[in-house]
Design a protein around this ligand. Sequence first.
Ligand code: SF4
Length: 508
Amino acid sequence: HTVYVPRDSAAVSVGADAVAERITALAPLGTRVVRTGSRGMLWLEPLVEVDTPDGRVGFGPVSPEDVDGLLAGGMLAGAGGNGAALGLVEELPWMKAQQRITFARVGVVDPRSAPDYLAHGGLAGLQRALSMTPAEVVAEVTDSGLRGRGGAGFPTGIKWKTVLEQPAGLPRPGQKFVCANADEGDSGTFADRMLMEGDPFTLIEGMTIAAYAVGASEGYIYCRSEYPDAVETLRAAIAEAYAANWLGPNILGSGLTFDLSVRVGAGAYICGEETSMLESLEGKRGLVRPKPPIPAISGLFGRPTVINNVLTLGSVPAILADGAAAYAALGIGRSRGTQVFQLAGNVARGGVFETAFGLSLGELVETFGGGTASGRPVRAVQVGGPLGAYLPVGQFDLPLDYEAFAAANAMVGHGGVVVFDDTVDMAKMARFAMEFCAEESCGRCTPCRVGAVRGVETIDRIRAGDRTQLALLEDLCELMTDGSLCAMGGLTPLPVRSAVRHFREDFA
Ligand code: SF4
């Protein structure tokens, strides 16, 4: 028998390690316990799965005390389980409704096993890429319609093309870099972490394909220090990849050389901004660089650099393996393919939900999220992290699509959706947005560094009853939007303005 227990840090935080130990101690000799990533149904963690002839049967949530009874009840044969029995995991409505491409292997494979990765279709993308010219690989990514999943939504193929076209130069002839931005600092987002913990080879393969496509020889994964488990898993997977000749010199006999390592941040939100991340990678304080030059032309150590989010790079292997057309067939408008949405906050069923763009916000929150955890009515959702807009239930028919959200003065961002019930004080949330900006501002430009502090004070005066300050707040938001050097100061007005616009009664 084979039993699967997640090692994902969300599952471990609710006792998955103790459950795995208990199963190992009590199960009959010859039972194999495999530690996987999480399927993303966080309300069911620790979710234990067992192999049966029909597929994997799930039990969850399982506590260490349940293990005795479950084993006695026939769990290893997929039987019994009473309240914890879930049936075939792939048939659960939450799983069946998804289109898992980037997350196809997460929760399925042993994330540290190279043979397991191969057995589940790994490396097919890289192998096909290596049979093409770099320009053809770039064209394939362009044709897929893939856009930056980190938040900005910039077309990935165009970024890669710019790097590919940069001439060879100093300090080392032809040196270019590929950097994965894994500084997932947005509130309510955890998909990067779950991919790195649950299927790190997909990120490694995506970065290797990027390296081949643009002519880079070295790569870095810049991971936030708050993710020690992801860092450990990545380092273990990278060591495996070197041993299997998936990294290093002459990868798979193709002549391609690509070296990859992990760098850990020091806890600054702004280091998720790409130029600030480059400064940090170079060993300096995370200060935003003015653009131009863009990193594709002058990035890490002044060399042409591809910087993509973990989910962007993690989508590349499937695009190469199955072709651009299959990926581009999914989605709506200019938002092609899938996004890994993350449901968090006051939500009944939190977790990751990968689906093609176009699903409505309401469907995601109400149908799949199951409404609030408190059982009270949903009042607001914040989409796209702390710099994203607050949307009222009245906008629940908005399709999850970059352009539709932009037209509604909102953003899809990294796909994080945080739910609030009717007890939320939106003036307090607006204050929090300004406070967050004041706390995390890199200090390089005045509209953000000073504006955020003035924003907190202005909202405090409004909350104390001075409504004349609303005009001043609007004025300040306009200045921060137009005058800030980067998205930190430039987008902080988004949550503030949306709170004032949609929930004005809270500012009375
Ligand atoms: Fe730094 Fe804020 Fe200016 Fe961005 S907007 S450069 S974080 S001070």
